[in-house]
Design a protein around this ligand. Structure first.
Ligand code: DX5
Ligand code: ZN
Length: 230
């Protein structure tokens, strides 16, 4: 094991929720044990799909609470270009973590600093064909690395296996940095592959269709946690 036993986090993606009942879906998945809420922002420009913006984030923020009153972080995944203006709007709308694709920013370091200046944690997202090189010069500044195991834009796609090698490489970079950086994976995560993804070094798991595609969200999240323990 290249790293100490991590605290795993499961981040259900609202992309696969019933948009006509978004508030109820949010509450149900929090009651079911969501650690973070993953919020997929698409702009019909950087990716060929369009979802929701900061106003929806702000409306949901008020409900991101567990029964014991603790807050559930909102994990905003920006699939937008340009990055900076929307990142600022999401920070104002209550986002806790904001991640963006380095290809979508003309000045990656500046975008990271702008997110942190707003008091949010900053993450970089790597598409299936994107190398990790940009981390050479940014790893000391970021809080999260998000490895895409599908091409961004749609839920319900199949896990791309080469992501496992990239997760291993990212884990090595994090360990070498000595910093506290979350390693999140997004796309095609299911009960039956989550353990493999964790073994490659991931500690945070986005799951959309696997959770919202089943009637009992808690049952899926519990099964994912058991797989992670097993
Ligand atoms: C895809 C999004 C994902 C999506 C994952 O562009 O970034 O977060 O919701 O969906 P599943 O878990 O269904 O692959
Ligand atoms: Zn996502």
């Amino acid at each position: 094991m290249p790293h100490t036993t991590p605290t795993y986090r499961i981040a259900p993606s609202l992309l696969s929720a019933d948009f006509a009942r978004l508030g109820e879906e949010l509450k149900a998945v929090i009651a079911g044990g969501a650690d973070w809420i993953h919020f997929d922002v698409m702009d019909n420009h950087y990716v060929p799909n369009l979802t929701f913006g900061p106003m929806v984030c702000q409306a949901l923020k008020a409900h991101c609470q567990r029964a014991d009153g603790s807050a559930v972080p909102i994990d905003v995944h920006l699939m937008v270009q340009p990055v900076d203006s929307l990142a600022a709007a999401f920070a104002d709308a209550g986002a806790d973590l904001i991640s963006f694709h380095p290809e979508a920013s003309g000045h990656v370091h500046r975008s990271v600093q702008a997110i942190k200046a707003k008091g949010c944690k900053a993450g970089l997202v790597f598409n299936p064909a994107t190398p990790l090189d940009v981390l050479d010069w940014t790893i000391d500044d970021i809080d999260l690395i998000l490895i895409m195991s599908v091409n961004p834009g749609f839920g319900g796609q199949s896990f791309i296996d080469s992501a496992l090698r990239k997760i291993e490489q990212a884990r090595k970079r994090i360990d070498a940095s000595g910093r506290d950086i979350r390693l999140e994976v997004d796309g095609g995560i299911k009960i039956d592959n989550i353990r493999r993804v964790a073994d490659a070094g991931a500690d945070t798991f986005v799951a959309g269709s696997a959770i919202f595609g089943k009637p009992d969200y808690q049952a899926v999240i519990d099964a994912m946690r058991s797989a992670l323990k097993g």
